[in-house]
Write a protein that binds this ligand. Structure first.
Ligand code: SF4
Ligand code: SF4
Length: 365
């Protein structure tokens, strides 16, 4: 048994560029190959989850790419401005400017999301919007962004990116983390207790600058983390040029990975109930360097673009993504991401929970 994963490779001759000049035809072909062409025009409300870029940072997925996916989902009969298909993102737990509904909306608008003629944009877990949607069978108290309740279809678009507690994050991490409401994401991170390796610390203050919770101070030329304020978001770990911040104990990271896998599996089960189609997962392997920049991380996946993957099985999509990266790198991914965690560990846990399968058939579009 193997799951189909659709793959749009970079067109010949574009491999030396960081990104193809225009991936929109590839995105459209992937939506159609996965059987979602025109699906959002049929009935009910559809959501397209896409990452709004952090203020002042390059976009991993510019708004015009998102609208191209939307146009393929709606099909030729309707305009992209259809209210039946909304673009959504959830509040950040770690990035200034993306952590409140008003700020996220303003940044989204400034980056071309929800502007006139484009797909409408909605904050997924706006406290003034629909209440969080509790998930059955996930981590205790886990709830999804309220905007997901009652949707007829969901498409999740995410770049493959470095992640401090998972090594590399793709479709499974996005499902488990980014469709949840902000409080649930904070709860998932609670067990991560980052510690500064004091002899390594150069006192540069970069970690302090990115901490949204003012949990870091510099004392005696060294950083100190106040765990009463720290949420475990991991942002400080990504910016330390000395790699001087790491979780206090491996057990916390293992528990986190298990919880993310459980959240992803429970989310998938709950969202697809009553839907004609499952969730379509689209993973970008076209601008990993730019995405690393968007997360403020100093960790880099030093890759030229590879292509874009899409499929209904998030474990299979991520497995294909990791294999394509490993093939390009010729070595283990975690040596490039800079994090100790092997990126396959989350996928093994997710497969054991029945979210999907590690075996896949790559189908070029
Ligand atoms: S100390 Fe680090 S992990 Fe803790 S809240 Fe601040 S940035 Fe996040
Ligand atoms: S970023 Fe690293 S080196 Fe700089 S102050 Fe923080 S822990 Fe120290």
């Amino acid at each position: 048994m193997a799951a189909d994963v659709h793959f749009w490779p970079l067109p010949l001759g574009a491999g030396s560029a960081l990104a193809p000049p225009d991936p929109r035809p590839g995105l459209r072909r992937l939506v159609e190959a996965a059987g979602f062409g025109g699906a959002a025009a049929r009935a009910g409300r559809w959501l397209l989850k896409a990452p709004v870029p952090a203020p002042g940072r390059p976009a991993a997925a510019p708004a015009e790419w998102i609208d191209a996916v939307g146009a393929a989902l709606i099909g030729p009969a309707s305009l992209p401005g259809s209210a039946r298909l909304q673009v959504t993102d959830t509040l950040s737990i770690s990035t200034r400017g993306l952590d409140s509904p008003a700020a996220l909306r303003a940044v989204a608008l400034a980056r071309g999301f929800g502007v006139a003629g484009a797909l409408p944009f909605v904050v997924g877990d706006d406290p003034d919007g629909p209440p969080p949607w509790p998930v059955a069978g996930g981590p205790d108290g886990h709830a999804l962004a309220g905007v997901l309740a009652g949707v007829a279809g969901v498409v999740v678009l995410a770049p493959l990116r470095p992640h401090p507690h998972l090594g590399v994050a793709g479709a499974v991490a996005t499902l488990g983390l980014d469709l949840a409401d902000r409080a649930s994401r904070l709860a998932l991170h609670r067990g991560i207790r980052p510690q500064v390796d004091t002899p390594l610390c150069a006192g540069c203050g970069s970690c302090l600058d990115v901490c949204l919770y003012d949990a870091i101070v510099i004392r005696g030329g060294r950083a100190l983390i106040d765990h009463r304020l720290c949420t475990g978001c991991g942002e400080c770990m990504g910016v330390c040029f000395m790699a001087g911040i790491a979780p206090e104990a491996a057990a916390g990271v293992v528990a986190y990975q298990q919880a993310v896998a459980e959240a992803a599996a429970a989310t998938s089960r709950q969202v697809v109930v009553g839907q004609a189609q499952g969730i379509l997962h689209i993973v970008l392997l076209v601008q990993p360097d730019s995405y690393a920049t968007t997360t403020k991380s100093r960790r880099r996946l030093p890759l030229a673009g590879i292509g874009i993957l899409a499929g209904l099985d998030p474990v299979a999509v991520d497995s294909a993504a990791l294999d394509l990266l490993a093939e390009r790198l010729g070595g283990p991914l975690n040596q490039w991401s800079g994090y100790a965690q092997g990126p396959g560990e989350l996928l093994e846990r997710a497969a054991l929970l029945g979210l999907g399968m590690r075996e896949y058939r790559l189908r070029e579009v």
